[in-house]
Ligand binder design. Structure first.
Ligand SMILES: [Zn+2]
Length: 338
């Protein structure tokens, strides 16, 4: 994950977003005060900045209203999105710490005017998007949790281990819909490992917005260091996403109103890595040398060299001579049918 400051991340997201989808940013924290309205002039292609210059801006994360009734905020390493479906709020991911979760809860409550969080979608169970402590704060008998079927039993067991009541839980496989009275959310659970072995991405069809978690991270290369991460799986996920033909994407690193370009650049990165790793595997190149090859070919801006190397080595060590990846030894949540 990028370690850029939160303010820079949010600002970068805003600059990369088109005005149509992102016309009404809200400055926030702690009071969610309304930012000045964006300029009406058609020439103003850049959305109104979320915050005033740093010295005048309040500290803390910020909330954007991406479309009427759809909001997002960024914490380090993740973006949380929530939407009013008419008869309740759906929240996608809960934050990487108890502190972030607490802030997120107050943002949801303020923006959604205390409508209940009726549905909670977990794109995956990495701590940087859903920390255990933070997630617990959102569990309630009134909130139905949607989690990939491959880890739904592990999720419920973990809740029991933490001495909490297991909430209503839906094991997501394939594609399904959460239907609200005014709007729906489509979920796609990937059948193969990609960023993790239990990725879900979400789609708000009425505003043509995909929430991709860590599968597609606008402006930066995906993190492939999970012991079950798979390059081919991410490529397959991009194919599925491409067919959805969305107009906007929100990933853990921010948002983009040019999904086709983001998909292209991510594909290019994955193919480069796949080719480089496979060719070196054929020649039995030591992992240390692969790392130095990566360092000689820096991807300015898109993928910090340290992260590029981490991705490469993590995958290379699990790659067989045929180019296939075997899952690593770190705890792999058990599939329901395993
Ligand atoms: Zn992740």
């Amino acid at each position: 994950m990028k370690t850029t400051s939160l303010r820079a991340l949010v600002a970068a997201s805003l600059l990369s977003l088109g005005p149509s989808l992102w016309a009404a940013p809200i400055a926030s924290t702690p009071n969610l005060a309304k930012a000045p309205p964006p300029s009406e002039t058609p020439a103003a292609a850049t959305p109104t900045p979320l915050s005033k210059p740093a010295e005048a801006a309040p500290a803390g994360p910020a909330v954007l209203e991406a479309a009427p009734g759809v909001w997002l905020t960024q914490f380090t390493g993740m973006t949380a999105v929530w939407a009013d479906l008419g008869d309740g709020i759906v929240l996608i991911d809960t934050g990487g710490s108890a502190k972030d979760a607490k802030a997120l809860k107050s943002f949801v409550s303020l923006t959604a005017k205390d409508k209940p969080i009726k549905w909670l979608v977990l794109t995956h169970l990495h701590g940087h998007v859903n920390s255990a402590e933070g997630l617990l704060d959102f569990l309630s008998p009134e909130t139905t949790v949607y989690v990939h079927s491959r880890v739904s039993e592990a999720f419920k067991n973990a809740v029991v281990m933490m001495a909490r009541e297991v909430p209503p839980t839906i094991a997501v496989s394939g594609t399904m819909e959460i239907k609200g009275k005014k709007r729906s959310l489509e979920l796609t659970a990937l059948s193969s490992p990609a960023h993790s072995n239990h990725d879900i991405f979400a789609l708000l069809p009425d505003i043509s917005l995909a929430v991709t978690g860590d599968l597609l991270t606008p402006g930066s290369c995906p993190d492939l260091t999970d012991p079950s991460a798979d390059l081919v799986g991410v490529l397959a996920a991009l194919d599925i996403l491409e067919k959805k033909n969305v107009k906007g994407i929100v990933g853990s690193s921010g948002g983009s109103s040019d999904p086709a370009a983001e998909i292209d650049v991510t594909r290019g990165y994955l193919r480069r890595l796949l080719k480089l790793l496979f060719e070196n595997k054929q020649e039995n190149t030591p992992a240390a040398k692969v790392a130095s090859i990566i360092r000689l070919d820096p991807l300015q801006g898109y993928c910090p060299t340290a992260m590029d190397s981490r991705n490469a080595i993590s995958l290379y060590e699990r790659m067989g001579p045929d180019g296939r990846l075997t899952p690593g030894n770190a705890a792999r949540p058990k599939a329901q049918n395993e």
